[in-house]
Design a protein around this ligand. Structure first.
Ligand code: HEM
Length: 517
Protein backbone atom coordinates (compact mmCIF):
# COMPACT_ATOMS: atom_id res chain seq x y z
CA UNK A 1 0.00 0.00 0.00
CA UNK A 2 1.23 3.52 -0.80
CA UNK A 3 2.10 5.94 2.06
CA UNK A 4 0.05 9.20 2.21
CA UNK A 5 3.03 11.33 1.11
CA UNK A 6 3.77 9.17 -1.92
CA UNK A 7 0.03 9.26 -2.76
CA UNK A 8 0.07 13.08 -2.67
CA UNK A 9 3.19 13.07 -4.84
CA UNK A 10 1.56 10.70 -7.34
CA UNK A 11 -1.60 12.83 -7.51
CA UNK A 12 0.42 16.05 -8.01
CA UNK A 13 2.46 14.38 -10.72
CA UNK A 14 -0.65 13.12 -12.46
CA UNK A 15 -2.28 16.55 -12.10
CA UNK A 16 0.75 18.23 -13.70
CA UNK A 17 0.67 15.72 -16.54
CA UNK A 18 -3.04 16.31 -17.03
CA UNK A 19 -2.46 20.08 -17.00
CA UNK A 20 0.31 19.78 -19.58
CA UNK A 21 -1.77 17.50 -21.74
CA UNK A 22 -4.60 20.10 -21.44
CA UNK A 23 -2.24 22.80 -22.70
CA UNK A 24 -1.17 20.48 -25.49
CA UNK A 25 -4.78 19.74 -26.48
CA UNK A 26 -5.67 23.46 -26.50
CA UNK A 27 -2.64 24.18 -28.71
CA UNK A 28 -3.74 21.36 -31.00
CA UNK A 29 -7.26 22.77 -31.05
CA UNK A 30 -5.83 26.10 -32.23
CA UNK A 31 -4.17 24.34 -35.14
CA UNK A 32 -7.40 22.54 -35.99
CA UNK A 33 -10.66 24.34 -36.72
CA UNK A 34 -12.79 23.58 -33.63
CA UNK A 35 -16.37 24.79 -33.09
CA UNK A 36 -16.67 27.79 -30.75
CA UNK A 37 -16.98 27.29 -27.01
CA UNK A 38 -15.93 28.62 -23.62
CA UNK A 39 -12.29 28.35 -22.51
CA UNK A 40 -11.68 25.23 -20.40
CA UNK A 41 -10.04 25.21 -16.98
CA UNK A 42 -7.05 22.96 -16.35
CA UNK A 43 -7.99 19.41 -15.27
CA UNK A 44 -11.76 19.92 -14.94
CA UNK A 45 -12.23 21.64 -18.30
CA UNK A 46 -15.74 23.13 -18.47
CA UNK A 47 -17.31 20.71 -16.00
CA UNK A 48 -17.85 23.61 -13.62
CA UNK A 49 -20.38 25.13 -16.04
CA UNK A 50 -22.87 22.29 -16.23
CA UNK A 51 -24.60 22.45 -12.82
CA UNK A 52 -27.41 20.20 -11.60
CA UNK A 53 -29.48 20.52 -14.80
CA UNK A 54 -26.82 20.09 -17.52
CA UNK A 55 -29.26 20.30 -20.45
CA UNK A 56 -30.47 23.71 -19.28
CA UNK A 57 -26.96 25.07 -18.64
CA UNK A 58 -25.83 23.79 -22.04
CA UNK A 59 -28.91 25.36 -23.65
CA UNK A 60 -27.94 28.76 -22.22
CA UNK A 61 -24.32 28.34 -23.30
CA UNK A 62 -25.33 27.32 -26.82
CA UNK A 63 -27.24 30.59 -27.13
CA UNK A 64 -23.89 32.31 -26.70
CA UNK A 65 -21.72 29.97 -28.76
CA UNK A 66 -24.11 28.62 -31.38
CA UNK A 67 -25.75 25.33 -32.41
CA UNK A 68 -22.45 23.44 -32.41
CA UNK A 69 -20.39 24.12 -29.32
CA UNK A 70 -17.01 22.77 -28.28
CA UNK A 71 -16.34 22.07 -24.58
CA UNK A 72 -13.98 19.99 -22.52
CA UNK A 73 -15.35 17.77 -19.77
CA UNK A 74 -12.40 16.70 -17.63
CA UNK A 75 -9.98 15.00 -19.99
CA UNK A 76 -12.27 14.72 -23.03
CA UNK A 77 -13.38 17.00 -25.85
CA UNK A 78 -17.18 17.28 -26.01
CA UNK A 79 -19.52 18.68 -28.65
CA UNK A 80 -23.06 19.86 -28.00
CA UNK A 81 -25.42 19.89 -30.99
CA UNK A 82 -28.46 22.10 -30.37
CA UNK A 83 -30.21 22.49 -33.73
CA UNK A 84 -31.95 20.04 -36.10
CA UNK A 85 -29.26 20.74 -38.73
CA UNK A 86 -26.44 19.82 -36.35
CA UNK A 87 -28.35 16.80 -34.99
CA UNK A 88 -28.72 15.60 -38.58
CA UNK A 89 -24.98 16.01 -39.19
CA UNK A 90 -24.13 13.58 -36.37
CA UNK A 91 -27.12 11.22 -36.36
CA UNK A 92 -27.55 10.89 -40.13
CA UNK A 93 -24.84 12.37 -42.37
CA UNK A 94 -21.93 11.15 -40.19
CA UNK A 95 -23.83 8.47 -38.25
CA UNK A 96 -21.30 5.80 -39.33
CA UNK A 97 -18.54 7.70 -37.49
CA UNK A 98 -20.59 8.55 -34.37
CA UNK A 99 -22.34 5.19 -33.89
CA UNK A 100 -20.32 4.22 -30.82
CA UNK A 101 -20.71 5.14 -27.17
CA UNK A 102 -17.90 5.96 -24.73
CA UNK A 103 -17.03 3.44 -22.04
CA UNK A 104 -18.33 4.33 -18.58
CA UNK A 105 -17.96 2.80 -15.13
CA UNK A 106 -21.71 2.08 -15.12
CA UNK A 107 -21.34 0.20 -18.41
CA UNK A 108 -18.64 -1.91 -16.80
CA UNK A 109 -20.24 -2.77 -13.45
CA UNK A 110 -23.96 -2.32 -13.91
CA UNK A 111 -24.30 -3.35 -17.57
CA UNK A 112 -22.19 -6.50 -17.49
CA UNK A 113 -19.06 -5.09 -19.07
CA UNK A 114 -20.93 -3.42 -21.97
CA UNK A 115 -22.67 -6.71 -22.80
CA UNK A 116 -26.00 -4.97 -23.40
CA UNK A 117 -26.82 -2.82 -26.45
CA UNK A 118 -27.20 0.65 -24.97
CA UNK A 119 -23.67 0.88 -23.53
CA UNK A 120 -21.91 -1.44 -25.99
CA UNK A 121 -19.26 0.03 -28.27
CA UNK A 122 -20.02 -0.14 -31.99
CA UNK A 123 -18.92 -3.56 -33.21
CA UNK A 124 -19.98 -7.20 -33.73
CA UNK A 125 -21.62 -7.68 -30.28
CA UNK A 126 -23.70 -4.51 -30.64
CA UNK A 127 -24.67 -5.43 -34.23
CA UNK A 128 -25.74 -8.91 -33.15
CA UNK A 129 -27.81 -7.49 -30.26
CA UNK A 130 -29.55 -4.93 -32.50
CA UNK A 131 -30.38 -7.68 -34.99
CA UNK A 132 -31.94 -9.80 -32.24
CA UNK A 133 -33.96 -6.86 -30.97
CA UNK A 134 -35.19 -5.91 -34.44
CA UNK A 135 -35.92 -9.35 -35.87
CA UNK A 136 -36.88 -11.32 -32.77
CA UNK A 137 -37.51 -9.64 -29.44
CA UNK A 138 -39.14 -6.41 -30.60
CA UNK A 139 -40.37 -7.37 -34.07
CA UNK A 140 -43.85 -6.08 -35.00
CA UNK A 141 -45.17 -9.66 -34.82
CA UNK A 142 -43.74 -10.26 -31.34
CA UNK A 143 -45.08 -6.96 -29.98
CA UNK A 144 -48.48 -7.84 -31.42
CA UNK A 145 -48.39 -11.28 -29.79
CA UNK A 146 -48.06 -9.59 -26.37
CA UNK A 147 -51.04 -7.32 -26.90
CA UNK A 148 -53.19 -9.39 -24.54
CA UNK A 149 -50.73 -8.60 -21.72
CA UNK A 150 -51.03 -4.88 -22.36
CA UNK A 151 -54.84 -5.17 -22.35
CA UNK A 152 -54.90 -7.13 -19.07
CA UNK A 153 -52.46 -4.80 -17.35
CA UNK A 154 -54.35 -1.73 -18.56
CA UNK A 155 -57.60 -3.11 -17.10
CA UNK A 156 -55.85 -3.83 -13.79
CA UNK A 157 -54.38 -0.31 -13.85
CA UNK A 158 -57.69 1.54 -14.33
CA UNK A 159 -59.28 -0.69 -11.72
CA UNK A 160 -56.53 0.19 -9.21
CA UNK A 161 -56.95 3.89 -9.99
CA UNK A 162 -60.71 3.60 -9.56
CA UNK A 163 -60.05 2.21 -6.08
CA UNK A 164 -58.14 5.43 -5.36
CA UNK A 165 -60.86 7.78 -6.75
CA UNK A 166 -61.24 11.01 -4.85
CA UNK A 167 -57.91 10.59 -3.03
CA UNK A 168 -54.60 12.31 -3.80
CA UNK A 169 -52.49 9.91 -5.89
CA UNK A 170 -48.78 10.09 -6.79
CA UNK A 171 -49.43 9.40 -10.45
CA UNK A 172 -45.92 8.35 -11.49
CA UNK A 173 -45.93 5.51 -8.93
CA UNK A 174 -49.07 4.09 -10.52
CA UNK A 175 -47.69 4.58 -14.03
CA UNK A 176 -44.40 2.88 -13.21
CA UNK A 177 -46.33 0.00 -11.71
CA UNK A 178 -48.20 -0.30 -15.01
CA UNK A 179 -45.17 -0.10 -17.30
CA UNK A 180 -43.09 -2.43 -15.13
CA UNK A 181 -45.89 -5.01 -14.90
CA UNK A 182 -46.30 -4.84 -18.67
CA UNK A 183 -42.63 -5.14 -19.55
CA UNK A 184 -41.80 -7.73 -16.89
CA UNK A 185 -44.59 -10.01 -18.15
CA UNK A 186 -43.40 -9.69 -21.76
CA UNK A 187 -39.79 -10.34 -20.75
CA UNK A 188 -40.14 -12.88 -17.90
CA UNK A 189 -43.57 -14.21 -18.77
CA UNK A 190 -44.71 -14.51 -15.21
CA UNK A 191 -47.04 -12.71 -12.94
CA UNK A 192 -44.99 -12.64 -9.79
CA UNK A 193 -43.80 -9.10 -10.54
CA UNK A 194 -47.36 -8.01 -11.20
CA UNK A 195 -50.19 -7.46 -8.78
CA UNK A 196 -52.74 -8.11 -11.50
CA UNK A 197 -52.43 -11.85 -11.12
CA UNK A 198 -51.51 -14.21 -8.28
CA UNK A 199 -49.12 -11.71 -6.79
CA UNK A 200 -46.51 -13.30 -4.60
CA UNK A 201 -44.35 -11.46 -2.14
CA UNK A 202 -40.57 -11.32 -2.16
CA UNK A 203 -38.77 -14.19 -0.53
CA UNK A 204 -35.06 -14.95 -0.40
CA UNK A 205 -34.94 -15.85 -4.07
CA UNK A 206 -38.00 -14.22 -5.65
CA UNK A 207 -37.87 -10.42 -5.86
CA UNK A 208 -41.23 -8.69 -5.53
CA UNK A 209 -42.39 -5.96 -7.90
CA UNK A 210 -41.47 -3.43 -5.22
CA UNK A 211 -37.91 -4.81 -4.97
CA UNK A 212 -37.56 -4.85 -8.74
CA UNK A 213 -38.68 -1.22 -8.81
CA UNK A 214 -36.06 -0.29 -6.19
CA UNK A 215 -33.35 -2.07 -8.19
CA UNK A 216 -34.45 -0.16 -11.29
CA UNK A 217 -34.48 3.18 -9.47
CA UNK A 218 -30.85 2.64 -8.46
CA UNK A 219 -30.07 1.33 -11.97
CA UNK A 220 -31.42 4.51 -13.57
CA UNK A 221 -29.74 6.76 -11.05
CA UNK A 222 -26.30 5.20 -11.46
CA UNK A 223 -26.52 4.93 -15.25
CA UNK A 224 -27.46 8.61 -15.47
CA UNK A 225 -25.15 9.91 -12.72
CA UNK A 226 -22.27 12.14 -13.64
CA UNK A 227 -19.39 10.04 -12.35
CA UNK A 228 -16.22 12.13 -12.06
CA UNK A 229 -13.99 9.11 -12.73
CA UNK A 230 -15.55 8.74 -16.21
CA UNK A 231 -14.36 12.22 -17.16
CA UNK A 232 -11.11 12.44 -15.21
CA UNK A 233 -9.96 8.81 -15.38
CA UNK A 234 -6.88 9.32 -13.21
CA UNK A 235 -9.20 10.26 -10.31
CA UNK A 236 -11.32 7.14 -10.82
CA UNK A 237 -9.57 5.14 -8.09
CA UNK A 238 -10.67 7.69 -5.45
CA UNK A 239 -14.40 7.11 -6.17
CA UNK A 240 -15.00 10.65 -4.89
CA UNK A 241 -18.82 10.43 -5.06
CA UNK A 242 -19.08 6.84 -3.80
CA UNK A 243 -20.85 5.81 -7.03
CA UNK A 244 -18.52 2.92 -7.84
CA UNK A 245 -19.23 1.41 -4.43
CA UNK A 246 -22.96 1.73 -5.11
CA UNK A 247 -22.53 0.20 -8.59
CA UNK A 248 -20.81 -2.84 -7.12
CA UNK A 249 -23.59 -3.23 -4.53
CA UNK A 250 -26.21 -2.95 -7.27
CA UNK A 251 -24.37 -5.54 -9.34
CA UNK A 252 -24.75 -8.03 -6.47
CA UNK A 253 -28.52 -7.41 -6.41
CA UNK A 254 -28.74 -7.68 -10.19
CA UNK A 255 -26.81 -10.96 -10.11
CA UNK A 256 -29.26 -12.37 -7.59
CA UNK A 257 -32.17 -11.26 -9.71
CA UNK A 258 -30.78 -12.69 -12.97
CA UNK A 259 -29.78 -15.94 -11.25
CA UNK A 260 -33.37 -16.41 -10.19
CA UNK A 261 -34.82 -15.56 -13.63
CA UNK A 262 -32.37 -17.60 -15.72
CA UNK A 263 -32.34 -20.64 -13.37
CA UNK A 264 -36.08 -20.80 -13.53
CA UNK A 265 -36.26 -20.44 -17.33
CA UNK A 266 -33.42 -22.91 -17.89
CA UNK A 267 -35.14 -25.47 -15.66
CA UNK A 268 -38.38 -25.15 -17.62
CA UNK A 269 -36.49 -25.50 -20.91
CA UNK A 270 -34.70 -28.66 -19.75
CA UNK A 271 -37.89 -30.23 -18.38
CA UNK A 272 -39.80 -29.66 -21.62
CA UNK A 273 -36.93 -30.77 -23.89
CA UNK A 274 -38.10 -30.93 -27.50
CA UNK A 275 -41.57 -29.66 -26.53
CA UNK A 276 -40.13 -26.37 -25.32
CA UNK A 277 -41.78 -23.38 -27.01
CA UNK A 278 -40.56 -19.87 -26.20
CA UNK A 279 -43.29 -17.94 -24.41
CA UNK A 280 -41.48 -14.85 -23.28
CA UNK A 281 -38.39 -12.85 -24.23
CA UNK A 282 -36.05 -14.66 -21.81
CA UNK A 283 -37.17 -17.99 -23.33
CA UNK A 284 -36.36 -16.55 -26.73
CA UNK A 285 -32.93 -15.37 -25.64
CA UNK A 286 -32.12 -18.83 -24.27
CA UNK A 287 -33.19 -20.38 -27.55
CA UNK A 288 -31.06 -17.91 -29.51
CA UNK A 289 -28.10 -18.68 -27.22
CA UNK A 290 -28.35 -22.33 -28.35
CA UNK A 291 -27.87 -21.35 -31.99
CA UNK A 292 -24.74 -23.31 -33.02
CA UNK A 293 -23.84 -20.80 -35.70
CA UNK A 294 -24.42 -17.23 -34.49
CA UNK A 295 -22.32 -14.29 -35.67
CA UNK A 296 -21.33 -13.73 -32.04
CA UNK A 297 -21.98 -16.23 -29.23
CA UNK A 298 -24.46 -14.98 -26.63
CA UNK A 299 -22.62 -15.26 -23.33
CA UNK A 300 -24.30 -15.35 -19.94
CA UNK A 301 -23.31 -11.69 -19.45
CA UNK A 302 -24.86 -10.81 -22.82
CA UNK A 303 -28.14 -12.53 -21.84
CA UNK A 304 -28.20 -10.44 -18.66
CA UNK A 305 -27.26 -7.20 -20.41
CA UNK A 306 -29.91 -7.62 -23.12
CA UNK A 307 -32.58 -8.50 -20.53
CA UNK A 308 -31.74 -5.30 -18.65
CA UNK A 309 -32.06 -3.25 -21.85
CA UNK A 310 -35.57 -4.59 -22.29
CA UNK A 311 -36.66 -3.99 -18.70
CA UNK A 312 -34.85 -0.67 -18.24
CA UNK A 313 -35.68 0.72 -21.70
CA UNK A 314 -39.43 0.87 -21.44
CA UNK A 315 -40.29 1.36 -17.77
CA UNK A 316 -39.43 4.86 -16.56
CA UNK A 317 -39.32 6.36 -20.06
CA UNK A 318 -43.01 5.69 -20.74
CA UNK A 319 -44.17 6.46 -17.17
CA UNK A 320 -42.33 9.79 -17.03
CA UNK A 321 -43.67 10.88 -20.44
CA UNK A 322 -47.29 10.25 -19.39
CA UNK A 323 -46.74 12.02 -16.07
CA UNK A 324 -45.46 15.12 -17.92
CA UNK A 325 -48.45 14.96 -20.29
CA UNK A 326 -51.01 14.89 -17.47
CA UNK A 327 -49.11 17.64 -15.60
CA UNK A 328 -49.34 19.94 -18.62
CA UNK A 329 -52.97 19.06 -19.30
CA UNK A 330 -54.11 19.61 -15.73
CA UNK A 331 -52.92 23.21 -16.09
CA UNK A 332 -55.22 23.66 -19.10
CA UNK A 333 -58.57 21.89 -18.48
CA UNK A 334 -59.87 22.96 -21.91
CA UNK A 335 -57.29 20.62 -23.50
CA UNK A 336 -58.56 17.71 -21.38
CA UNK A 337 -62.12 18.52 -22.53
CA UNK A 338 -60.99 18.53 -26.16
CA UNK A 339 -59.28 15.14 -25.76
CA UNK A 340 -62.35 13.71 -23.99
CA UNK A 341 -64.59 14.92 -26.84
CA UNK A 342 -62.42 13.08 -29.36
CA UNK A 343 -62.45 9.93 -27.22
CA UNK A 344 -66.24 10.03 -26.72
CA UNK A 345 -66.74 10.43 -30.47
CA UNK A 346 -64.35 7.68 -31.57
CA UNK A 347 -64.54 5.17 -28.68
CA UNK A 348 -67.86 6.02 -26.98
CA UNK A 349 -68.56 5.74 -23.28
CA UNK A 350 -69.20 2.01 -23.07
CA UNK A 351 -65.67 0.65 -23.45
CA UNK A 352 -61.99 1.35 -22.89
CA UNK A 353 -59.62 2.59 -25.59
CA UNK A 354 -57.87 -0.20 -27.50
CA UNK A 355 -54.64 -0.12 -29.49
CA UNK A 356 -56.60 -0.31 -32.75
CA UNK A 357 -58.35 2.99 -31.87
CA UNK A 358 -55.06 4.92 -31.72
CA UNK A 359 -54.82 5.82 -35.46
CA UNK A 360 -58.28 7.44 -35.16
CA UNK A 361 -57.18 9.66 -32.24
CA UNK A 362 -55.10 12.49 -33.79
CA UNK A 363 -55.53 14.82 -30.80
CA UNK A 364 -54.15 12.21 -28.37
CA UNK A 365 -51.19 11.76 -30.75
CA UNK A 366 -50.71 15.54 -30.84
CA UNK A 367 -50.68 15.67 -27.01
CA UNK A 368 -48.03 12.96 -26.97
CA UNK A 369 -45.81 14.74 -29.51
CA UNK A 370 -46.20 18.06 -27.73
CA UNK A 371 -45.16 16.36 -24.48
CA UNK A 372 -42.13 14.83 -26.21
CA UNK A 373 -41.19 18.25 -27.64
CA UNK A 374 -41.35 20.09 -24.34
CA UNK A 375 -40.33 17.25 -22.03
CA UNK A 376 -38.23 14.71 -23.94
CA UNK A 377 -37.27 12.05 -21.36
CA UNK A 378 -33.75 11.90 -22.79
CA UNK A 379 -33.02 15.63 -22.70
CA UNK A 380 -29.51 14.88 -23.93
CA UNK A 381 -29.34 11.91 -26.28
CA UNK A 382 -26.95 9.42 -24.64
CA UNK A 383 -23.43 10.31 -25.67
CA UNK A 384 -22.08 9.25 -29.06
CA UNK A 385 -18.34 8.75 -29.62
CA UNK A 386 -16.31 9.77 -32.69
CA UNK A 387 -14.61 6.59 -33.92
CA UNK A 388 -12.23 8.50 -36.21
CA UNK A 389 -11.03 12.02 -37.03
CA UNK A 390 -13.50 13.75 -39.33
CA UNK A 391 -14.83 17.06 -40.56
CA UNK A 392 -18.39 18.06 -39.70
CA UNK A 393 -20.02 21.31 -40.84
CA UNK A 394 -16.57 22.67 -41.68
CA UNK A 395 -15.05 21.86 -38.27
CA UNK A 396 -12.29 19.38 -37.46
CA UNK A 397 -13.49 16.73 -35.00
CA UNK A 398 -10.99 14.44 -33.32
CA UNK A 399 -11.40 10.72 -32.73
CA UNK A 400 -12.58 10.16 -29.13
CA UNK A 401 -14.75 13.30 -29.04
CA UNK A 402 -18.06 12.82 -27.17
CA UNK A 403 -21.18 14.25 -28.80
CA UNK A 404 -24.44 15.12 -27.08
CA UNK A 405 -27.55 16.20 -28.98
CA UNK A 406 -29.58 18.53 -26.75
CA UNK A 407 -33.19 17.60 -27.64
CA UNK A 408 -34.50 19.80 -24.81
CA UNK A 409 -32.86 22.81 -26.46
CA UNK A 410 -34.16 21.92 -29.95
CA UNK A 411 -37.69 21.66 -28.48
CA UNK A 412 -37.42 25.24 -27.22
CA UNK A 413 -36.02 26.91 -30.33
CA UNK A 414 -38.32 29.86 -31.15
CA UNK A 415 -37.24 29.65 -34.80
CA UNK A 416 -38.79 26.17 -34.98
CA UNK A 417 -41.68 26.46 -32.53
CA UNK A 418 -43.94 29.45 -32.04
CA UNK A 419 -44.14 30.32 -28.33
CA UNK A 420 -42.08 27.28 -27.35
CA UNK A 421 -42.84 27.60 -23.61
CA UNK A 422 -46.58 27.14 -24.30
CA UNK A 423 -47.98 23.60 -24.19
CA UNK A 424 -50.06 23.57 -27.35
CA UNK A 425 -50.86 20.17 -28.96
CA UNK A 426 -52.61 21.94 -31.84
CA UNK A 427 -49.24 22.88 -33.29
CA UNK A 428 -48.90 19.26 -34.45
CA UNK A 429 -52.35 18.97 -36.03
CA UNK A 430 -52.01 18.87 -39.81
CA UNK A 431 -48.21 18.94 -39.64
CA UNK A 432 -46.25 16.00 -40.90
CA UNK A 433 -43.75 15.68 -38.03
CA UNK A 434 -43.07 12.16 -36.79
CA UNK A 435 -41.01 10.80 -33.90
CA UNK A 436 -39.32 8.07 -35.93
CA UNK A 437 -35.92 9.70 -36.24
CA UNK A 438 -36.45 11.32 -39.64
CA UNK A 439 -37.64 14.74 -38.39
CA UNK A 440 -34.64 16.23 -36.64
CA UNK A 441 -36.67 18.91 -34.84
CA UNK A 442 -38.34 16.16 -32.74
CA UNK A 443 -36.05 13.33 -31.61
CA UNK A 444 -37.50 11.71 -28.45
CA UNK A 445 -36.13 8.32 -29.55
CA UNK A 446 -32.88 9.58 -31.11
CA UNK A 447 -32.04 8.73 -34.73
CA UNK A 448 -29.69 6.72 -36.91
CA UNK A 449 -28.00 3.43 -36.16
CA UNK A 450 -28.37 3.80 -32.38
CA UNK A 451 -31.95 5.03 -32.42
CA UNK A 452 -34.17 3.45 -29.77
CA UNK A 453 -35.07 -0.09 -30.93
CA UNK A 454 -38.09 -0.12 -28.58
CA UNK A 455 -39.80 2.98 -29.94
CA UNK A 456 -42.82 1.26 -31.39
CA UNK A 457 -43.53 -0.63 -28.13
CA UNK A 458 -42.85 2.59 -26.19
CA UNK A 459 -45.33 4.52 -28.35
CA UNK A 460 -48.02 1.89 -27.84
CA UNK A 461 -47.61 1.97 -24.07
CA UNK A 462 -47.61 5.77 -23.90
CA UNK A 463 -50.57 6.34 -26.21
CA UNK A 464 -52.75 3.62 -24.72
CA UNK A 465 -52.21 4.69 -21.11
CA UNK A 466 -52.57 8.39 -21.89
CA UNK A 467 -55.77 7.83 -23.87
CA UNK A 468 -57.32 5.65 -21.16
CA UNK A 469 -56.38 8.05 -18.37
CA UNK A 470 -58.17 10.83 -20.25
CA UNK A 471 -61.09 8.61 -21.28
CA UNK A 472 -61.68 7.05 -17.88
CA UNK A 473 -61.11 9.91 -15.42
CA UNK A 474 -61.72 13.55 -14.65
CA UNK A 475 -58.63 15.25 -13.25
CA UNK A 476 -57.90 17.94 -10.69
CA UNK A 477 -55.22 18.96 -8.20
CA UNK A 478 -55.77 18.12 -4.51
CA UNK A 479 -56.82 20.60 -1.82
CA UNK A 480 -57.96 23.24 -4.27
CA UNK A 481 -54.32 23.81 -5.33
CA UNK A 482 -54.26 26.23 -8.23
CA UNK A 483 -53.14 24.72 -11.55
CA UNK A 484 -51.09 27.82 -12.37
CA UNK A 485 -49.05 27.22 -9.19
CA UNK A 486 -48.11 23.66 -10.16
CA UNK A 487 -44.31 23.39 -9.96
CA UNK A 488 -42.88 22.19 -13.29
CA UNK A 489 -39.20 21.88 -12.34
CA UNK A 490 -37.15 18.95 -13.61
CA UNK A 491 -34.69 16.53 -12.03
CA UNK A 492 -31.83 15.44 -14.31
CA UNK A 493 -30.98 11.79 -14.90
CA UNK A 494 -30.87 9.08 -17.57
CA UNK A 495 -34.53 10.06 -17.89
CA UNK A 496 -35.66 13.53 -16.79
CA UNK A 497 -38.71 13.35 -14.52
CA UNK A 498 -40.53 16.05 -12.60
CA UNK A 499 -38.57 17.29 -9.59
CA UNK A 500 -41.73 16.99 -7.49
CA UNK A 501 -43.95 14.07 -8.57
CA UNK A 502 -47.45 15.06 -9.66
CA UNK A 503 -50.11 14.45 -7.02
CA UNK A 504 -53.57 14.44 -8.61
CA UNK A 505 -57.14 13.50 -7.77
CA UNK A 506 -59.14 11.39 -10.23
CA UNK A 507 -62.88 10.74 -10.53
CA UNK A 508 -64.36 8.13 -12.89
CA UNK A 509 -66.15 9.44 -16.00
CA UNK A 510 -67.35 6.15 -17.52
CA UNK A 511 -70.12 3.76 -16.31
CA UNK A 512 -68.88 2.17 -13.07
CA UNK A 513 -69.18 -1.44 -14.25
CA UNK A 514 -66.25 -0.81 -16.63
CA UNK A 515 -63.81 -0.31 -13.73
CA UNK A 516 -64.53 -3.56 -11.94
CA UNK A 517 -62.48 -6.36 -13.39
C1 HEM B 1 -41.15 4.72 -24.02
C2 HEM B 1 -40.39 5.59 -24.44
C3 HEM B 1 -38.94 5.49 -24.82
C4 HEM B 1 -38.13 6.55 -25.05
C5 HEM B 1 -38.55 8.02 -24.99
C6 HEM B 1 -36.82 6.05 -25.40
C7 HEM B 1 -35.74 6.86 -25.75
C8 HEM B 1 -34.51 6.38 -26.16
C9 HEM B 1 -33.43 7.20 -26.65
C10 HEM B 1 -33.44 8.72 -26.81
C11 HEM B 1 -32.38 6.38 -26.95
C12 HEM B 1 -31.00 6.80 -27.50
C13 HEM B 1 -31.06 6.80 -29.01
C14 HEM B 1 -29.84 7.34 -29.72
O1 HEM B 1 -28.70 7.26 -29.23
O2 HEM B 1 -30.03 7.88 -30.85
C15 HEM B 1 -32.80 5.03 -26.64
C16 HEM B 1 -32.00 3.92 -26.82
C17 HEM B 1 -32.40 2.65 -26.46
N1 HEM B 1 -33.66 2.26 -26.06
FE1 HEM B 1 -35.27 3.44 -25.79
N2 HEM B 1 -36.84 4.68 -25.36
C18 HEM B 1 -38.11 4.28 -25.01
C19 HEM B 1 -38.56 2.97 -24.91
C20 HEM B 1 -37.78 1.85 -25.03
C21 HEM B 1 -38.25 0.49 -24.92
C22 HEM B 1 -39.73 0.07 -24.72
C23 HEM B 1 -37.14 -0.33 -25.04
C24 HEM B 1 -37.05 -1.83 -25.00
C25 HEM B 1 -38.01 -2.63 -24.65
C26 HEM B 1 -36.00 0.54 -25.25
C27 HEM B 1 -34.69 0.10 -25.41
C28 HEM B 1 -33.63 0.91 -25.80
C29 HEM B 1 -32.28 0.40 -26.08
C30 HEM B 1 -31.80 -1.04 -25.95
C31 HEM B 1 -31.52 1.50 -26.49
C32 HEM B 1 -30.04 1.52 -26.89
C33 HEM B 1 -29.89 1.44 -28.39
C34 HEM B 1 -28.43 1.46 -28.88
O3 HEM B 1 -27.58 2.05 -28.22
O4 HEM B 1 -28.18 0.88 -29.95
N3 HEM B 1 -36.42 1.84 -25.23
N4 HEM B 1 -34.10 5.06 -26.19
Amino acid sequence: MESPSSLVLTISLLASLAFLSGVFIRRRCKQLKCPPGPKPWPIIGNLILIGSLPHQSLHKLSQLYGPLMHLKFGSYPVLIASSPEMAKEFLKNHDHIFASRPQTTAGKYVNYNYSDIGFAPYGPHWRQGRKLFKNELLSAKRIESFQYIRVEEMRAFVSRLYGLSGKPVVLVEQLTHLTLSNISRMVFGEKHFSVSGDDRHGSDSVPSLQELQEILDEFFFLNGAFNIGDWIPWLDFLDLQGYVKRMKALRTKLDRFHNYVFDQHNRKKEELGKDFVAQDMVDLLLQLADDPDPDVKLTSDALRGLTQDLIGGGTDTAAVTVEWAISELIKQPQLIRKAAEELDKVVGKERWVEETDIPQLPYIEAIMKETMRKHPVCVLIPSRLAMEDCNVAGYDIRKGTRVFVNTWSIGRDPLLWEQPEEFCPNRFIGRNINVKGTCFELLPFGAGRRMCPGYSLGLKMIQLSLANLLHGFNWKLPDNNRAEDLNMEEAYGLVTPRKFPLVAVMEPRLPLHLYNI
